[in-house]
Design a protein around this ligand. Structure first.
Ligand SMILES: [Ca+2]
Ligand SMILES: [Ca+2]
Ligand SMILES: [Ca+2]
Length: 142
């Protein structure tokens, strides 16, 4: 990517925006979300069994998030964000970080919760304390 770096000028910024549009390069703020759960990422799936046989809506983080209301699912097949807010919709989880990550029922880290150790995955949140279609926040503990 270093080859893509260019002097920051107004024209350069406009050119970058134009190029991002042409090549579908995600803006920096959402660069971590690419539909593939990579090492170092905490990932949620809209459906049970990691979306197997269902709409491939996912989300990925590298840190805590106290409120899922400003996150929309990313469709890994269409490679774009949906209009579907992920609050109270997660059904599967994969913790690929080196931290314990606790999933909470309520915004602001409240209510029922379940902690996932590094490397833990669970395709069926319905039998966890946090429950199915209830997660609203998560916190990293490293
Ligand atoms: Ca959020
Ligand atoms: Ca769901
Ligand atoms: Ca909730």
């Amino acid at each position: 990517m270093s080859g893509m770096k260019r002097k920051i000028t107004t024209a350069g910024v406009m050119a970058s925006i134009a190029l991002a549009g042409v090549f579908g390069i995600a803006p920096a703020a959402s660069a971590a979300v690419d539909g593939s759960c990579g090492g170092g990422e905490f990932c949620l799936y809209e459906n049970t069994d990691y979306n197997k046989g269902n709409t491939p809506n996912v989300y990925q983080w590298t840190g805590s998030d106290r409120d899922y209301n400003n996150n929309r699912w990313y469709n890994a097949a269409d490679r774009e964000f949906t209009n579907d807010v992920l609050d109270n919709e997660a059904s599967s989880v994969w913790n690929r970080t080196g931290c314990d990550v606790t999933l909470y029922q309520h915004v602001g880290y409240g209510g029922a919760n379940t902690t996932f150790d590094p490397g833990d995955s669970d395709g069926y949140l319905a039998n966890n304390s946090v429950g199915d279609n209830r997660a609203s926040a998560h916190k990293f503990k490293c």
